[in-house]
Design a protein around this ligand. Structure first.
Ligand code: C2O
Ligand code: CU
Length: 749
């Protein structure tokens, strides 16, 4: 099957209804700093238009054109939505609303006195309900921009009015400029317009020949819908173009053991762990189902070691699949990286492999298979590795440490929803689960004492879900301040206080929390999804567990240590050696996009509507049917080298040990479907230098970076480790749908 971008077709389809986002292609001006919007906001460019060069960061997703109201005369303006810096790929409130630092440039404003008893212009923001109307600040017609503070409404209007004084608190004067947030350009799908095409179903899709959607023996049952979101007409007829896979233990072996909770394994230098992947039984949502586990544990054993040590892992594969173990984030020797076809042969069912793992860096890591991750990781094969620094005082003191793996599992009344046998299902947005899990269980509990400071090591092991976690007082929802201490490969230069933690798939963050008084605190995942059928936001708040505080406060009061924000001088010194490279020119540019062909017409059309706006992060699976029926055979997710045009496994980067290179990654907003991609680089470490031209103030070494839709991100990659290493999107289904390549590092010992 030949895959081609179908963006042009879509532009044709949706041009009429989407209005301001028609098929125009306007190159972004190059003389304006990326952080500030040009007065003429460029229209988004399509994937096809990108042939002339890599796409600019998506102006239309972060600029608001301000058009004159009746009293505005010839005035015009632009509002820039910048992202206030945070340690995460996006900056959101505990409710998951994106936070924007707003600034306005205006020109041609009339004399306010000509409009009545007015002296100044004031900007306001208001949600589409027009209540509340929040005062932003004064706007002057002078050249330059007025910085107006932050806004975190999901969809909003920006208004500029003439007022009697700069400090009025309510809007009274006449409106001169107004504009709508990019997110408010979403539109409800027109059901009548979609109905005729929906009836065509999958008819012309040759990729699905041989699968009769109506066949009752297809083995597929429709997966659970998203509560409150209507299904597209015509979707009911559709099933994935691959056959269902339901992994289960062979009958001959008898029932597999019941799953056990994770054990902590402390290994000295030279220590060995026997690790076996095989089936377990587990109670999930009142039913007993079969899953996979390492050593019968969910998550797999927590391996705890010290930096600069080496361990051995004797792996035995008792699953029915070829597999291998990847030690995510660890700069280990290439032959033990666990990537079948790149660093080793897959370990066949019944086979063994010995891994030798050296730990050069402290940090919180994890291990998982690197073969059909969409199946094996979802079925429960993952565990953490904790590498402690040699200096115990490197981290501020805490009373307790908790290591939490976050995940979601897609289940229905029959159990785990089957996977695609020949290729992964859910290839559009990835397999979102219906049940959120902490350390394998739907409800996490912790008993602590009032005043305890707890350090949480958080790992996102989900196939595609991005989490936004906070602790909320169970009574009144008040959120606790969190102290962000470390991420993938060790500590931040500077600790930072925040209200919630955002983790893309495979990312890790370490946060300290002080639970102040007796009572109960709920661990919450709170995000803003999109009901694409209505063109509106929907709120998703899920309780993951409870921390209960009782008893006497701990003898040692750590409040002061918790309140202080440390600078980690050793991390600063380590990064110092790389600062001279921050202004290097870009060595490689990557573009992320989606290619699709022969999608069912209902899906193609509905995604065309959604093209008007892309959420920086697709937090939840509100289109489960559409997502489910598209397999990795139907679409191709692409990493394209902008200078050579090579894509995915054809990319051929070569480096030498000691190289330090700047890589710019564009997550193309013009793509048929744009969404976030957590990009992971094996065997090395990198710094995130900037996003959309804004320098990152929260430096720490990372191995995975969350790249929001439409963003341009610069990273600085240190090539320290020889071998052949993979780069890929850590959404398991995107990896399966092609989004990966291998680079080579030569030299070293
Ligand atoms: Cu966590 Cu290539 O993997
Ligand atoms: Cu991806």
């Amino acid at each position: 099957m030949v895959l081609r971008p179908i963006t042009l077709l879509l532009l044709g389809l949706c041009g009429a209804s989407v209005g301001p986002l028609g098929a125009q292609t306007v190159a972004a001006p190059t003389d304006v700093p990326l952080a500030t919007c040009p007065m003429d906001v460029p229209r988004p460019t399509s994937a096809a238009g990108a042939a002339s060069g890599p796409p600019e960061p998506a102006w239309d997703l972060r600029c608001i054109e301000l058009i004159p109201a009746a009293a505005g005369g010839d005035a015009r303006g632009v509002a820039t939505l910048a992202r206030p810096s945070s340690p995460f790929g996006v900056t959101v409130t505990p409710e998951g609303r994106h936070v924007y630092a707003l600034s306005v440039r205006a020109e041609g404003l009339p004399d306010p006195e000509s409009l009545g008893p007015y002296t100044v212009f004031v900007a306001w923001a208001t949600p589409l309900s027009l209540d509340p109307v929040v005062r932003l600040g004064e706007v002057t017609g002078a050249p330059g921009t007025s910085d107006l503070g932050t806004v975190s409404f999901s969809q909003f209007l920006v208004l500029v009015s003439a007022e009697a004084s700069a400090d009025v608190t309510e809007r009274e004067g006449p409106l001169v400029l107004r504009g709508r947030s990019p997110s408010s350009l979403m539109e409800a799908h027109d059901l009548l317009a979609l109905a005729p095409s929906a009836a065509q179903g999958r008819g012309s899709a040759d990729a699905h020949a041989g699968h009769d959607p109506a066949a009752p023996d297809s083995g597929w049952a429709m997966p659970p819908g998203y509560p409150g979101v209507e299904m597209l007409p015509g979707m009911m007829e559709l099933i994935p173009g691959v056959s269902p896979l339901r992994p289960s233990a062979p009958d001959a072996a008898g029932p597999p053991p019941m799953v056990r909770p994770r054990e902590v394994v402390r290994l000295p230098d030279g220590g060995t762990l026997d690790l076996t992947a095989g089936f377990v039984r587990k109670h999930v949502a009142g039913r007993e189902i079969e899953m996979l586990a390492f050593n019968g544990q969910h998550p797999g054993p927590l391996i705890q070691v010290e930096a600069n040590t080496t361990i051995f892992v004797n792996f035995t594969n008792e699953t029915p699949f070829p597999t291998a173990i990847h030690w995510h984030g660890i700069r280990l020797d290439n032959p033990f990286d666990g990537v079948p076809g790149v660093t080793q042969e897959a370990v066949p069912p019944g086979g063994r492999f010995q891994y030798r793992i050296h730990f050069p860096d402290e940090g919180i890591y994890w291990y998982h298979p690197h073969h059909r991750e969409d199946v094996q990781q979802e079925m429960g094969l993952y565990g953490n590795l904790r590498v402690d620094p040699p200096d115990p005082d490197a981290w501020s003191p805490v009373h307790r440490e908790e290591v939490l793996m976050l995940d979601d599992l897609l289940v229905d009344e029959r159990g785990v929803v089957p996977f695609g046998a020949e290729a992964a299902t859910h290839a559009l947005m990835g397999r979102f689960g219906t049940m959120l899990l902490v350390n394998g269980e739907p409800s996490y509990t912790l008993q602590a004492r009032p005043g305890e400071v707890v350090r949480f090591f958080l790992t996102n092991a989900a196939n595609t879900r991005t989490f936004n976690l906070s602790f909320q007082r169970t009574d009144d929802g008040e959120t606790l301040p969190l102290k962000v201490v470390a991420t993938d490969v060790g500590r931040f230069e500077h600790e930072h206080r925040t209200q919630s933690v955002v983790l893309g798939p495979a990312e890790r963050y370490v946060v300290d929390v002080r639970f102040p008084e007796a009572g109960s605190w709920t661990l919450v995942n709170h995000v803003q999804g999109i009901n694409h059928r209505r063109g509106a936001y929907l709120e998703e708040r899920t309780e993951l567990g409870t921390v209960t505080l009782a008893g006497e406060p701990p003898a040692r009061d750590l409040t002061e240590a918790f309140e202080a924000l440390r600078t980690h001088d050793d991390v600063v010194a380590d990064i110092d050696a790389f600062r001279s490279h921050f202004d290097d020119s870009v060595a490689h540019e990557l573009v992320m996009e989606l290619e699709a062909d022969s999608l069912p017409m209902a899906i193609e059309q509905s995604m065309g509507y959604d093209w008007a706006y892309f959420n920086p992060v697709e937090w939840t699976g509100t289109m489960p049917m559409m997502n489910w029926v598209i397999s990795a055979d139907d679409v191709r997710w692409v990493l394209r080298d902008a200078s050579t045009g090579r894509e995915n496994m054809d990319i051929d980067w070569r480096f030498r040990v000691g190289d330090v290179v700047k890589i710019r990654v564009h997550n193309d907003r013009g793509s048929f479907h744009a969404m976030q991609h957590p990009l992971h680089i094996h065997g090395q470490r990198f710094l995130v230098l900037s996003q959309n031209g804004m320098p990152n103030e929260h430096l720490a070494w990372k191995d995975t970076v969350l790249l929001p839709a439409g963003s341009t991100t610069d990273i600085l990659l240190e090539l320290s480790n020889p071998g052949r290493w993979m780069v890929h999107c850590h959404i398991a289904e995107h990896l399966e749908a092609g989004m990966r390549f291998v680079f080579e590092v030569e030299g070293g010992s």
